[in-house]
Write a protein that binds this ligand. Structure first.
Ligand code: ADP
Ligand code: MG
Length: 166
């Protein structure tokens, strides 16, 4: 059939930054998410601040989540996220380490992808309050493939310590 439109897929993106000017980095990244081709930025969360996670001593993070409606495939969307990370000068190399900008594809519709270079839903959503809280703010009814209703996932707001920035 000619003129078929692929249906837009709701894709949730997690943002994090703890170097440079983290709040500015996140705001810039949200702006750039709005310019990804074949995609529309539909929602964004408040900003949150969270204590770093893992063994590396480093500054607190600023976190947020966004919803994009996209007709791009998951890999293509990931490529755009990585390009935005690069543009904002991410310092690569230290796992769990400090970063100017980290963009994770958290959920891509009801798809499940299980490859090292793209795992969707993103690993650890349920255990990471800095992912879960911003995501729940913009999608309180979200059903996460393999995890279920976001509202049913227990959140510990103390570990890592997290709070909303007004
Ligand atoms: P993390 O975000 O887990 O702290 P990194 O951002 O350093 O770790 O990991 C980047 C790598 O993770 C990239 O090589 C990318 O291909 C891979 N990756 C796997 N699944 C995803 C996903 N859902 N979103 C973003 N990157 C992912
Ligand atoms: Mg990442």
């Amino acid at each position: 059939m000619s003129g078929a439109h692929p249906e837009a897929i709701p894709a949730y993106i997690g943002l994090g930054s703890n170097l440079g000017e983290p709040r500015q980095q996140i705001e810039n990244a949200l702006e750039l998410l709005g310019r990804i081709p074949d995609s529309r930025l539909v929602a964004r969360s408040s900003l949150y601040t969270s204590a770093p996670f893992g063994p590396v001593e480093q500054p607190d993070f600023v976190n947020a989540a966004a919803l994009v409606h996209t007709t791009l495939g998951a890999w293509s969307l990931l490529g755009h996220l990585q390009k935005i990370e690069r543009v904002q000068g991410r310092i690569a190399g230290i796992r769990w380490g400090p970063r100017l900008l980290d963009l994770d594809l958290l959920v891509y519709g009801d798809h499940r992808i299980d490859e090292p270079s793209l795992t969707v839903p993103h690993t650890g959503i349920a255990e990471r309050n800095f992912v879960l809280l911003p995501l729940r703010e913009i999608a309180p009814e979200l059903v996460i493939p393999g995890l279920g209703q976001i509202g049913d996932i227990e959140v510990n707001e103390l570990v890592p310590r997290i709070s909303r920035i007004e």
